[in-house]
Design a protein around this ligand. Sequence first.
Ligand code: NAD
Length: 498
Amino acid sequence: MQSIGHLIDGKSVQGGTRSQDVFNPATGKAEKRVLLADRVTVEQAIASAQAAFPAWRNTPALKRARIMSNLKVLLEQHADELCALITAEHGKVLGDSLGELQRGIENVEYASYAPELLKGEHSKNVGPAIDSWSEFQALGVCAGITPFNFPIMVPCWMWPMAIACGNTFVLKPSERDPSSTLRLAELALEAGLPPGVLNVVNGDKEAVDTLLTDPRVKAISFVGSTPIAEYIYATGCASGKRVQALGGAKNHAVVMPDADIPNAVNALMGAAYGSCGERCMAIPLVVAIGDATADAVVAALRVEIGKMKLGAGTQAGVDMGPLVTQQHYDKVVGYVNQGVAEGATLVVDGRGVKIAGFENGYFLGPCLFDNVTPGMKIYQDEIFGPVLGVMRVKSLQEAMNLIDAHEYGNGTCIFTRDGEAARYFTDNILVGMVGVNVPLPVPVAYHSFGGWKRSLFGDLHAYGPDSVRFYTKRKTITQRWPSAGVREGTVFSFPSSK
Ligand code: NAD
């Protein structure tokens, strides 16, 4: 069985005595084993990043950026290989893997603009013959900890910009689907990154805790579930680090009575069931305004669900693959059972599906609940599976009150033809990313990504312009060169331009 190790100082390294199976979710077979780095192995990666920092920090920004341009080309050339690795361990369909890869490439492309983004601010004559400027300096060793659901895209939110800004990096990918992330890092070396600038350690809590407490690590980016995000934020901050920790989500889609229902339902289908619902921007809840809207949406969803094709992510024409692991499958099925027990109406039941040739895969068919109410666990919790719930309310304000009261505030959207309602919604809703007739309002690489409330701990959002600020510290310099021979008197009052 193939053993997956780490990438430290430009070399493939086997470190740690513990390991765990990596499954193919379509077959249910353990096809690889990933080594789980111990503290010593992670410290080796941090030491390598620390040693590489002085030379990398002083490498001209344009030279650093060119490596990102090289990497973009390599990622495009290796697209089939990378997508096959994602699908083999995550389970998502190949077309979805390609979408993820493309979004990752766009982050690499944005990082190649770093010389422009790092130009700083300059003011001449802020006082008599005094000039002042602000520059953005690299922090040192930064670390990233990433979730299973986007093994290429989410790491690309982090290290390309961190590295383009002059930092060095230690990445700890998800232990559930580590191969594509590791291959991405190998391609970054091939693109020209010197050894030690980007290191990858596979592992679990032991690796993460080492990164969180080692004083050489200056900043931590995390994406994953909310309980872990909160732990990362508290522990990292207590260790004096800069931390951004993006957490879970429960995104509501509001459907107004004037919406174009067939278009809204098409959009909802992809947003609810694409990637088997394992997206932090997925739509697991529809809030329909009025019973007539709800009836029309539920009826149309039922028809569209009937047309869906389930299967292995590698099979042609498949819309939805399996869930990531047996453990996650059990959790999601548990929520479907709970929804029934709580009194929601199960309109479409995806439990018990079997895919010919893939009988041991973690397949759950699309599930649709009607009459979901705020007191239910299936409303409150992030399920992270192909389970869509419909709620019935009487007004837009009632829908907005519901969304605002939810603990998560990652994404939301409204389907309507009414510009006034859409503007009121986007202006006032307590959510970080909002769509109008756009079900997955994931910002493009040159905007930043982040939720509100318990979907993000920290101040700055991921990627885009915020990432340049996150991965640098501002230094402001004030400079005067007095003319030779001119003597100036002592001034005791606070300097000002009065
Ligand atoms: P997870 O929280 O289980 O794991 C994320 C990372 O944390 C992994 O690298 C894992 O090894 C590590 N980890 C897990 N338990 C830990 C512990 N006790 N101590 C230290 N580290 C630990 O998340 P997941 O299941 O891999 O990913 C799904 C979650 O990620 C969902 O909640 C989803 O909403 C969220 N997510 C959020 C965003 C976003 O941008 N907000 C994007 C993608 C995924």
